[in-house]
Design a protein around this ligand. Sequence first.
Ligand code: UFG
Length: 339
Amino acid sequence: MNILVTGGAGYIGSHTIISLIENGFSVIALDNFYSGHKEAVDAVEQLTKADIMLYNGDFSDINLLENIIKKHNISGVIHFAARSLVGESMKRPVEYYKNNISGTIIFLEFLKKNGVNNIVFSSSAAVYGIPVQIPIVETSPITPINVYGFTKTVIENMLESMRGAYGFNYISLRYFNAAGAHKSGVIGEDHNPETHLIPNVLKSIASGEKRATVFGNDYPTKDGTAIRDYIHVSDLSYAHVVAIKHLIESKRGIGNTYNLGCEKGYSVLSVLRKIEEITGRALDIKFAARREGDPAVLVASYEKIRRELGFELKYNIEDIIGSAWKWHSSRLNGYEGGV
Ligand code: UFG
């Protein structure tokens, strides 16, 4: 069965391709390489020994989509491709509205016209804004506080409307903090600029600088630093396989939304301490002001996906940091320079 993966050369996309192949699917990947890496798909091909059809272009390019759909019988779609930096979304909102919303409207309309009915959508904890309860459940209020979160909310709503009107099948997955790398060490996180905590600090250690900056130590938490729920990218990836399988096996008109986190919160300082333990390097830690738009605590309940789809986590925070360290310590410049 063929699955079309938009953003297949990205961080979560490339890890999901491995999971899809391991579970017997064939993959058609689409990426414009704005933030994805062709090298990631090459590495996945080498690792899995599978042929991955990789198309270079935008997911809203109708000519390209027509070309793909003519050549391949697509059973389902996993839609990762998006602009995905919270801070950047506030500075360049038009790009986010245009790419994430307008682009996805074109894409979804194309899927509908061509009878492609099953879609797993990459959503985010950012749809919750400042949570009113911890752990966050899927029925918690949807009050995004940044443009990125707002774009994800709009598409979630559009999918639900398409389910109601056309019997479209979808699952929206709201990710908490994706981190870690594939156990093989051949793919991992490589963003430019890198803004996320774990890769930022591990890259600094790998370069010999060993620096960490903590954004805010005046949050209402035990040690004053912000608490997040980190989920291993390989667990996250496998959840997409569970979701697309479920949609393919269901009758029409299935629509659902699930959180993907671990139900465990770690403060920034506790993550830094674990990084020190796992890498065996002491960090030079500095404190800076809070980052605009950062909630104090984000912890997911993932009870719903566990109960309804039988999804279970395999990895913990040590596995996350350990696998990310394997990747960053051997690939200081990420994919640059080839695999
Ligand atoms: N942080 C630091 N120092 C750093 C980097 C981050 O202290 O060098 C802090 C942040 O302020 C935050 C925590 O570490 O409190 C985690 O930050 P990340 O940038 O790693 O991740 P975010 O929680 O900001 O982002 C995640 C997802 C987004 C999602 C967002 C919702 O990656 O996709 O949660 O708030 F939109």
